[in-house]
Design a protein around this ligand. Sequence first.
Ligand SMILES: *Cc1c(COP(=O)(O)O)cnc(C)c1O
Length: 431
Amino acid sequence: MIYNHLGVNEQGHLTVGGVDTTYLAEKYGTPLYVMDEDKVRKNCRVYIENMKEQFGEGSIPLFAGKALCFKGMYRILEEEGLSADVVSPGELYTAMAAGFPPERLYFHGNNKTDEDIRYGVDCGVGYFIVDNYNELSVLDAYAGEKGVVQKVLLRVTPGIDSHTLKAINTGRIDCQFGNPIETGQAMEFVKTALEKTNLDVWGFHSHIGSQIFNVKPFCDAVDIILGFSNQVREQLGFVARVFNLGGGFGVRYVESDPQVDIPGNIQLLARYLQDGCAATNYPQPTILMEPGRSIVADAGLTLYTAGGVKPIQGYRSYVTVDGGMTDNPRYALYQSNYTVLMANRMNDSADFTCTVAGRCCESGDLIQENIQLPEPKRGDIIAVLTTGAYNFAMSMNYNRICRPAVVMVREGKDYLAVRRQTFEDLVACDL
Ligand SMILES: *Cc1c(COP(=O)(O)O)cnc(C)c1O
């Protein structure tokens, strides 16, 4: 099995955290998101412990809420000692509604509206990660009006090609996020920020991309940011206390994907940073990272009920499921790989080639193409693995399909974390 928190029981059923997935499908209905909470917590601890050990006290992971955002997640994060980044007032609201301490929140976004900025300051978020000049002046003015000094990090673009998908590669110069170092714009941006009397600049942020499998792009980012910080020290006399290196470590969606050694990579990165700081006599900053995918992706799976098989003669066979792009748009968006299993017949031989299709009126509504399963029958339970990140978070109501529930499994027990949407929910905003 691709993950060791998954298993197969005596009935030949797929289990997650020791719980039978067919029991979960029966109890809560399908489609259903299932999260192994023990696995989420384990993933949190890998970052917490290794970052503290390698980068020193105060260096912590911020969970990237955009990967999976609902109240229960923030309660877990708080218990595990993580901070969190939020990218919208809606994520901020969710964190606040869960009672997450606002001083441990970092407010992201390349176009925070005036209203967002006021809401963030009013909530008392710890740090704004400021993307642009407009945000700088609106934030400074509002902080002044409120009589507070707002802590900020400044988003810079190191100009790195992280060799991942273009859609999730945000470290290039030509993108809508941050201020490029190479063109000199980042320096100007820092200069302007330092002149703002109601802002307290703590350091720099960069996010180079997602689904990154090795530490090299992060080392490159450290190189560039440290070089930049040295220039800033020389030219402006400012020394950064914080480097936020963003998120991005990859996860295994299919057996052929490598397993990222996060402790090993953190250790390498820490050595690299220490050497760089020593060589330039730069005081070692606190390091923040923003893992999203690598905290929650492998802890999640989605269960569907098969509708049946439709062979298109001379072409291929489609197996339909009772969800699709509305709960997992990632294949439709960027042909993401997934491992698909027949949860109720794990011991049957997977000798039937098929394409898993959703129920939307879109020919692109596919979950995965040309995979091997036991020949599906109507009523079979189909599991798609590694859906903990960017699935629930990206779900939608296209075709007025209700969003699935999220069930958590912890220490062999299951509980509902997000209830399934109802038809009443669908019309709740319609006047
Ligand atoms: C998307 C994103 C993350 C999380 O990336 P993962 O690949 O899920 O770890 C972190 N920080 C920022 C700014 C992001 O845009």
